[in-house]
Design a protein around this ligand. Structure first.
Ligand SMILES: [Zn+2]
Length: 66
């Protein structure tokens, strides 16, 4: 389980929780390491976004073939 205040980065420093990070066209919170600029997102949110994108593409496709 990821802690909300900070999580350990691969570089050994602590990545701090940051709001307004960009992922695709979405703005979401995540953990950013100031030392190496590595960003960690909540994987559950990322999964939802990817699913939404997939649904959107399917919808566009369905509109095209109508
Ligand atoms: Zn780091």
């Amino acid at each position: 389980m990821i802690k909300s205040k900070g999580m350990r980065c691969v570089c050994g420093k602590i990545a701090k929780y940051t709001k307004n990070l960009k992922f695709n066209n979405f703005t979401l919170g995540g953990w950013k390491c100031k030392s190496c600029s590595e960003i960690y997102y909540n994987t559950k949110i990322i999964e939802k976004i990817l699913l939404l994108n997939r649904l959107k593409k399917t919808k566009d496709y369905l509109t095209l073939i109508q």
